[in-house]
Structures are given as structure tokens and as C-alpha cells.
Design a binder for this molecule. Structure first.
Ligand SMILES: NC(=O)c1ccc[n+]([C@@H]2O[C@H](COP(=O)([O-])OP(=O)(O)OC[C@H]3O[C@@H](n4cnc5c(N)ncnc54)[C@H](OP(=O)(O)O)[C@@H]3O)[C@@H](O)[C@H]2O)c1
Length: 313
């Protein structure tokens, strides 16, 4: 039996991606093999083979974090899942863009029947990050928060989870996404020149209780620090170059950032359950066949897709 897998021939852009055919891997002890139905695209995928996190050759094959699919084989000692189970894998160790992947059974979560393969595959990274970000700033009911990049994959979930907590949410996005943000319960503000003044005008009494930055630009970081009294209630998921200088929090990896593995793992079933009950949405902007993974990564890198991009083997 063979399986297709997308790897990078060298460090660089999506033009480096190749579709290879390899023997289908067999699960070892404690592992599960999943026949993949959907692979979620995240910016970190193309950043890994782009060399932004170093040049370990393993990064050329090990990119892609999360998939949804059905279990088709289990290794010795696995009792929690069996063939045919619909699952989400939150962290694929060996490259997620494939027909079949192997993962330790403890990285799996059951997929609720009412959640699409595309949305389910997208839960671990954006759901885990959004829950972690709101925990990091201790957002409470009735408080106000500014979300930079509210129309992105992570931003849309931060907005929805903050609204569910009873917070007043102001979110930045380009104008074509403002109606989307209003529909999610946020007040949209355009980013770019004059951002600080627009945010001050939109904030209750000119201040926010907390800020979540998913963009990492200077204007996002500086306006957050200017408008939130306590810098420890400002968190960034993308501004790793300046968070220490500004005294704010960073989450998700890198020196000094909180990895939050436990809170992110716990978030996966929570967000799947919210999706199944229709209490949050993860809009899918576009899907691609496996052989068009490079095109999906170009769109993720160069455009503002306005929802998740998903690859379907
Ligand atoms: N640390 C972590 O744990 C972690 C986890 C996940 C993601 N990330 C990182 O976080 C970032 C966002 O990820 P994502 O998956 O949400 O990306 P995404 O779905 O591609 O969304 C990016 C969003 O950024 C918005 N944007 C672009 N420039 C902006 C600006 N100057 N000001 C405000 N918004 C701007 C775009 O909004 P418009 O289209 O409206 O312009 C777009 O919707 C990426 O850098 C990713 O690598 C970090």
C-alpha cells in the first residue's frame, strides 16, 4: 500500500513543494494511523520550510500540524480508538500533508458527527491559540478587549470566545472583513495610519482592559501598550521580536514565550463541542486538493484569505 506526502525539496517558498509517493507507514506501539480527510493550513507550515525557525533538515518533511480523518490501523497497546473512528489529530509529528499520517494516540480527539472535516481539522491551532490567549490576559465578563487581526483564523475565534465571555470586543481588520466581524459581535476598526486614535475613540473611556495581538506589527503592539494599563494583560502570538522589551506576554513558542501545551490540548475538545453546538464558527475560505498544496500556501502567505484554507487528500 502506498501513500502520498508533500515535502519540500529545499528551504524556500511554496515552489519547493513536491508530492511524493512512499510506502504507507505502519503504526508502532501506542500509535494510530489516520486516513486523512482534511489538513488545515497554518502560516507556521510555510514558515517552517521557509527557514524562519532554523534549517534543521527535518523541517523539510515535518511541516503541517493538524488533520482530521478516520483511524485505519492501531499499534500495540492502543485501546482508546479503533478502525473507523472519526478523529482530529492536534499535532502530527511527521508531516501532515499526506493521505495517511501516524500519531501517538494521546494526540487524538474524537470528532463530533455534526462538525465538518474541514472545520474539525482547523480546531487545534486556532482554537488552542485563541483559548490560550484569552487565558493569558485573564479576560473577564464585562471587560473590554482589542483584538488585532480579528479577521484571521486565530482572530475570528478570539473574537467569538471573548464575546461569549460577555466582553466588549473591538477588532482590527481590513474594511472588506468589517461586516464579518460585526456578525461575530465585534466592533471593527481599520488598521493602518491613525490606528491608535481610532482605537482610543472606540474603547470604553479611551482604554481597554486587555489586548490580543495576532499580527505582530509595531502599530498593533504599540497601540496595545498605550491603551491597556497593565502590560501583562497584553498578549502577542506573532510579535516575538519586541515582547520582552515591551513587558508584554508572548505565547506559543520561542524563548520567553508561554508554550501552554496543557491549555491548548484541553481546548481541542472544548472548541469542537462549541462548533458541534453551533456556538462558534470556523469559516472555510477555500479548499485545495493535495497536489495543489503549494497554491494553498501561496494564498496563506500572500493574500488575506478571510477564513481557513484547507487541503483535502
Ligand atoms: N504563537 C502561536 O501560538 C501562534 C499560533 C497560530 C498562529 N500564529 C501566528 O499568528 C499569525 C496569525 O495567524 P492566523 O492563522 O490567524 O493567520 P491568517 O488566518 O492568515 O490571518 C491573518 C490576518 O491578519 C490580518 N492582518 C494582516 N495585516 C494586518 C495588520 N497590519 N493589522 C491587522 N490585521 C492584519 C489579515 O486581516 P485582513 O484580511 O482583514 O487584512 C488576516 O485576516 C501568523 O503569524 C501565525 O504564524 C501564532
Amino acid at each position: 500500500m502506498s501513500t502520498r506526502i508533500v515535502t519540500a525539496a529545499d528551504f524556500g517558498g511554496p515552489e519547493q513543494l513536491r508530492l511524493q509517493t512512499v510506502p504507507t507507514p505502519e503504526p508502532g506501539p501506542g500509535e494510530v494511523r489516520v486516513a486523512v480527510r482534511a489538513i488545515s493550513v497554518n502560516p507556521v507550515d510555510w514558515k517552517l520550510y521557509g527557514g524562519m525557525f532554523g534549517r534543521d533538515p527535518g523541517l523539510l518533511t515535518g511541516f503541517g500540524a493538524e488533520v482530521a480523518g478516520t483511524v485505519d490501523a492501531v499499534g500495540d497497546g492502543v485501546t482508546s480508538y479503533g478502525p473507523g473512528d472519526a478523529v482530529v489529530v492536534r499535532s502530527v509529528p511527521g508531516g501532515a500533508y499526506a493521505d495517511h499520517v501516524l500519531a501517538p494516540a494521546d494526540l487524538l480527539t474524537a470528532k463530533p458527527a455534526g462538525v465538518s472535516w474541514e472545520a474539525a481539522a482547523s480546531v487545534p491551532v486556532v482554537g488552542g491559540t485563541a483559548v490560550h490567549a484569552l487565558e493569558a490576559v485573564h479576560l473577564g465578563e464585562g471587560e473590554s478587549v482589542v483584538v488585532h487581526g480579528g479577521s484571521g483564523g486565530v482572530g475570528r475565534l478570539v473574537v467569538q470566545l471573548a464575546v461569549r465571555r460577555g466582553a466588549r470586543v473591538v477588532a482590527t481588520a481590513s474594511e472588506r472583513h468589517h461586516d464579518d466581524l460585526r456578525a461575530l459581535g465585534a466592533e471593527p476598526v481599520a488598521y493602518g495610519d491613525g490606528l491608535l486614535e481610532r482605537l482610543r475613540a472606540a474603547a470604553p473611556d479611551g482604554r481597554f482592559d486587555a489586548a490580543v495581538d495576532t499580527v505582530g506589527t509595531d502599530e498593533a503592539l504599540d497601540s496595545s501598550v498605550a491603551l491597556v494599563a497593565d502590560p501583562q494583560r497584553v498578549v502577542t502570538i506573532a510579535g516575538f521580536a519586541r515582547f520582552q522589551e515591551l513587558g508584554i506576554k508572548a505565547i506559543g513558542g520561542g524563548p520567553g514565550a508561554e508554550p501552554g501545551e496543557d491549555v491548548r490540548a484541553a481546548a481541542v475538545p472544548q472548541v469542537l463541542d462549541l462548533l458541534a453546538r453551533g456556538e462558534v464558527t470556523i469559516p472555510i475560505a477555500r479548499t485545495f486538493p493535495l497536489e495543489e498544496t503549494a497554491e494553498a500556501h501561496r494564498l496563506s502567505r500572500d493574500a488575506h484569505p478571510g477564513g481557513k484554507l484547507v487541503v483535502l487528500p
